[in-house]
Design a protein around this ligand. Structure first.
Ligand SMILES: [Zn+2]
Length: 284
């Protein structure tokens, strides 16, 4: 089961969140039929969005990357219970060039935007330029820029040589302002042990093991855990209501012609079909 663990160390000066999200990312790959690089990008973004939502206790959080580069961007939305969904804007860039080895090539230059509780009238929104396009570093910079919180973040997706996802997950470490230099240096050393985070998550399998790997010699206080799932709240009726607000004319036409239209949920790629009976039911 996919989950997030939160823990504290160094007399509560350091907060750590660790997640394993393999099944969640597998479902996203399957639903959206993602190619390898898109799977890597959305896998990382889904994982970090679930963690950020859990950390901030926001009702909902949306993390969006917008870019002019070939992938064009991606979006993930999570509630505080780890229900996360999302998509990449363009999953079809095979013709753009060869030798694509990093997400930066597909996302730079670009921007990272974070909106919280967007059911409110004025949701909190933060924005920062991407530093590398590899997502983990970009999120760390966001926390430094917008919340002045020193943050280390690592996100990984591990694939076998046939391109099947074998593991996904990551961690975030945040320190309280004013934490001693000696602790910061120690944390830096710990973080440097995880440069190959994708393989590490594959080897370690669980967030507990990831925490123990990072802080084996330290007393860790595990405070909470939450599950993560790829889940969308769309339904046939909800999508039709949305259609109604954008294209009433076309719906009327379909209703009169007795044809069928298809609508697709962008977040989970569910396909819904509506015949004249469905449409007349909601138009009237
Ligand atoms: Zn959906």
């Amino acid at each position: 089961m996919d989950k997030i663990l939160s823990a504290m160390a160094y007399d509560k000066k350091v907060r750590i969140y660790a997640a394993v999200s393999t099944d969640t990312v597998k479902k996203a790959i399957l639903n959206h039929n993602l190619n390898l690089m898109s799977a890597m990008a959305l896998g990382r973004l889904l994982t970090i969005t679930a963690m950020m939502s859990y950390m901030s206790k926001s009702e909902s959080i949306a993390v969006q990357i917008s870019s002019e580069a070939p992938m064009k961007g991606l979006l993930a939305i999570s509630d505080s219970k780890g229900k996360v969904k999302g998509y990449v804007v363009n999953n079809d860039y095979t013709t753009y060039g060869e030798n694509i080895t990093s997400l930066g090539q597909l996302l730079m230059p670009g921007k990272l935007m974070i909106s919280r509780d967007f059911s409110l009238k004025e949701p909190y929104t933060g924005i920062t330029s991407l530093v590398t396009g590899e997502i983990a570093e970009d999120v760390a910079k966001y926390y430094m820029d917008s919340e002045q919180t020193p943050t280390a973040c690592a996100l990984g997706t591990y694939f076998d040589d046939k391109g099947n996802l074998m593991a996904a997950g990551g961690y975030i470490i945040q320190v309280l302002p004013g934490t001693e230099e000696v602790i910061l240096n120690e944390l830096e050393q710990r973080v440097s042990l995880t440069t190959n985070i994708s393989k590490l998550i594959y080897d370690l399998r669980t967030p507990e093991n990831l925490l123990n790997f990072l802080f084996s010699d330290r007393k860790l206080e595990i405070t909470k855990e939450e599950s993560i799932t790829f889940e969308c709240s769309c339904s046939k009726d909800k999508i039709l209501e949305k259609l109604l607000t954008i294209d009433k004319e076309q719906l009327n036409e379909v209703a009169s012609q007795q044809s069928v239209i298809e609508a697709v949920c962008p977040y989970c790629n569910a396909h819904y079909h509506y015949d004249s009976k469905d449409i007349l039911k909601i138009i009237r």
